[in-house]
Design a protein around this ligand. Sequence first.
Ligand code: NAD
Length: 500
Amino acid sequence: MAAQTGAPPQLEIETRLFIGGEFVESADGGRIPVINPHDNSTLAEISEARQPDIDRAVEAARRAFPAWKRMAAAERGRLLLKLADAIEADAAYLAELESLDTGHPIRDTRGLDVPRTAATFRYFAGMADKNEGSVIPVEPGFLNYVTREPIGVIGQIVPWNFPLMFTSWKMGPALAAGNTVVLKPAELTPLTTLRVARLVAQVGIPPGVVNIVPGYGNVAGQYIAEHPGIDKIAFTGSTVVGRKIVQASAGNLKRVQLELGGKGANIVFDDAPMDAAVNGSAFAIFHNQGQACIAGSRLLLHEKIVDEFTEKFLALTKSIRLGNPLDPATEMGPLTSPGHRDRVLSYIEVAREQGSTILTGGKVPADPALRAGCYIEPTVVTAQPSDRVCQEEVFGPFVAITRFKDEAEVIGVANSTQYGLGGGLWTRDLQRGHRVAAAIRSGMVWVNSYKRVSPGSPFGGVGQSGYGREMGFEAMHDYTETKSVWVNFDANIPPFYKRP
Ligand code: NAD
């Protein structure tokens, strides 16, 4: 535990690595500064995990694996339930820390991030002892049963956009299935994950089952992906890094699960419930400052409603309250880092150069109180489907509007990027809703809503958005290996080699 500068005095921030059930400094004393994106002050300096620390974490996870695997599944579930309860008991602290570290408005960290984190652990706690196998009808005289066994030590690499929630998405199913984990939070936002480590120890999850090793991607992340002592890697992040993970994983052919980028198409047909579509489309892109892989960053509007919709959408966009994430009235906080703020601003230039009209936003806010932080005004532009801003992930409060004439055209446009993660459509015609949902090439589709997630519903993408699924039974299956066991119970089965 170390002193920190920019945090409110009541928050004690854990800054050390969590390995083998203990908080420890990194072997060579490396440090990573963690900033508060509201004003770019330093929140804390945390220990930086490098290769020797990852080696220790993998050893601890390997040692812990046999007993954790053997533990009654219901008992693993009971410990995860206790962790969910501990997260709820710690909700006020976790919400504040997540807001400070990421810039998420406190109304979201209190109302969404923390409750969803507890709910995800609770869901997978319940699933621990329901991870059933099957009996296969094979030829007479044999019993063939299939069990699901944990894979072993899982390396988990998490991005900075929903660090607390994604910790539960990754750890929940892996632990419930009987694996042990070495989890690397993003270097920008490690603080709530380290707090969860403390709760892991508090509820009695055995040492080594969970190891938390914040570090830089090209050092700690790369080493985790390469490590021969790790049996599977579960990665959430950009498509570019996803490819590096696949290459790095080849040394020991570890299993790989990838949740990568997206460029969500959000389609509004001319019969859409207008006010709900306007509101839901704003949530689709502006929630969490647009830093969401499933953000509805392409807004495709039918030509008959484009004017009416745009007018209402712009009015709502201009009314979004930007401000300090710790203010309960704030609806949009800063982006999570100065580097990322600059990247998003550079896309506004790209839009200008490609002939987009900036309908609103496009700048750092004028308010002097916000200029010290990583704020950008919510931005709406016009664009053509082939423009870079409609093809590349901007990952900010930036939405591109394109108009369309009919269903066939818009399905083509929706499917015209390399990604295939999430997409949505708004219509009162239920038949069209199902038809278009089936035609969109993506892992998730929302009809008359956007960005709904639930611990039970599979989450993941196709194409360059990755492979494998988080949440639900799919996630449990992705964290297990099947084993097929054949038992001969008929002594009269003729031998293969007949001898006198
Ligand atoms: P990123 O790929 O830069 O980093 C993600 C994580 O990978 C971080 O922990 C980082 O330290 C680590 N990393 C970086 N380089 C690495 C390397 N060479 N080897 C191993 N690890 C490395 O992504 P980001 O900027 O943190 O997050 C934003 C991206 O994540 C966006 O593209 C977004 O769409 C994607 N994302 C996807 C999902 C999903 O479920 N599909 C969810 C959230 C975010």
